[in-house]
Ligand binder design. Structure first.
Ligand code: HEM
Length: 401
């Protein structure tokens, strides 16, 4: 593990290093205590780790701009970085309004029965007590189908959404934009697919894609923005939600007393979803901003043009905000975590992710007697996401007790 000590230390710290993957939390704790705003020399960026610092940066879009993208390296155009993620107001306000307008609690509520069906089908294979890979059986297929149907996309390429999204997320944490053949294949595959759908009108009427294309036709969005949104929303939605579901099952299997509490008090399901988002935030180490003017964070003066990482996972374990932050407590309250960000870029899909999490967990609590690790899990190697590639579990059905 990287050792960090002293006020100027931490500068050699590498938040993307492979050895951080198993357990990044001791390093985050050292950073919060000793260097809450620290320059990472290797990357020429600043890392902010305390809750109040991260929340303040996210709230202040005028000082901490998204216009150069949310990744480690600047993007050439907003479209390249995902147009909604890589713009500041007023452009961001226009784009977000065009996308968010029809994305109402009613529309999301209407999806819930369909999600319950999908979870029910997935659980037929899971609730047997035999070893199953939770990621392959539940965490990937449920959000993939929900997102494809929400957008109104045709059936093809669904098996590729996760790989495309994962590769694109990973590149956001790579020096030189991670310009690899895998990235070219992922961006070519994803954006070729959605551009084709938009050009051919090959989407379901009234779906989210339809509305975005209509906003383009009415001149509210440019054509590049339309394609960037059609692909970018899938990227934002897929692996984040997959990892939330993987992290959830892992946390429950490794905290049997919290599982027992949920079975006893199923009304805690929504609170358990918030807790897993805090405890194992899917986006780690964090996203970036660039300072538009000289500013101060945690007593450190940052010149204009500084690239700053907001470390969601570190902020969400800050004892200054959360008592006993390293404990997974499904009844934690209050729980004002930052896993969905804060401010103007607050996750647009948070209600969808929360609904998926709630349906999966409530079905699990209603139907499973026990959830156990059944073999060695494989952590993701992604530079921007925390979760599992594979998570073998044994989930015993309540009726077979
Ligand atoms: C557990 C799952 C998810 C997590 C942890 C997550 C996390 C985040 C975070 C931290 C941001 C803020 C980025 C920033 O401040 O730069 C964000 C933005 C965004 N998310 Fe999510 N997200 C999740 C699921 C989803 C889903 C399901 C969708 C789509 C249905 C979605 C769509 C978006 C979009 C479009 C943005 C950009 C919003 C903007 O810039 O105004 N996300 N997400």
């Amino acid at each position: 593990m990287t050792t960090i000590s002293g006020p100027a230390a931490g500068s050699a710290f590498d938040p993307f290093a492979a050895e951080q993957r198993d357990d990044p939390y001791p390093s985050y704790a050292a950073l919060r205590d000793e260097s809450p705003c620290v320059r990472l020399d290797r990357y020429g960026v600043w890392l902010i780790s305390r809750y109040d610092g991260v929340a303040a940066v996210l709230r202040d879009w005028e000082t901490f701009s998204s216009a150069q993208g949310a990744g480690l390296e600047p993007v050439a155009t907003p479209e390249e970085g995902g147009v909604i993620l890589s713009t500041d107001p007023p452009d961001h306000t226009r784009v977000r309004r065009a996308v968010a307008r029809d994305f109402t609690p009613k529309a999301i509520g209407a999806l819930e029965p369909r999600v319950r069906d999908l979870v029910g089908t997935a659980f037929e294979r899971v609730l047997t007590g035999a070893e199953v890979d939770w990621i392959a059986q539940v965490a990937q297929p449920v959000p993939t189908t929900v997102m494809a149907e929400l957008m109104g996309y045709p059936d093809r390429h669904r098996d590729e959404y996760c790989r495309w999204a994962s590769t694109i997320f990973d590149s956001m944490g790579c020096p030189a934009g991670g310009a690899t053949p895998a990235l070219a294949e992922a961006t070519g595959g994803l954006f070729g697919f959605v551009a084709g759908i938009a050009a051919d009108g090959e989407y379901v009427a009234e779906g989210w894609a339809d509305r975005i294309v209509q906003a383009g036709a009415q001149g509210e969005l440019g054509q590049g923005e339309v394609v960037s949104l059609l692909g970018g929303i899938l990227v934002a939605a897929m692996d984040t939600t997959v990892n939330m579901l993987g992290n959830l099952a892992h946390a429950l299997a490794t905290h049997p007393e919290q599982w027992a509490l949920l079975v006893e008090r199923p009304e805690l399901v929504p609170s358990a979803i918030e807790e897993v988002l805090r405890f194992e935030s899917p986006i780690q180490p964090g996203f970036f901003r660039v300072t538009t003017t000289e500013t101060t964070v945690a007593d450190v003066t940052l010149p204009a043009g500084s690239r700053v990482m907001v470390a969601f996972g570190a902020a969400n374990r800050d004892p200054r905000q959360f008592p006993d932050p390293d404990a997974f407590l499904v009844d934690r309250s209050p729980n004002d975590h930052l896993a969905f960000g804060r401010g103007v870029h607050f996750c647009l899909g948070a209600p969808v992710a929360r609904m998926i999490g709630r349906v999966v967990l409530s079905e699990l609590v209603a139907n499973a007697a026990e959830i156990r690790l059944a073999g060695p899990s494989v952590r993701k190697t992604n530079r921007m996401l925390r979760g599992f590639d594979s998570l073998p579990l044994s989930v015993r059905n309540r009726s077979r007790r």
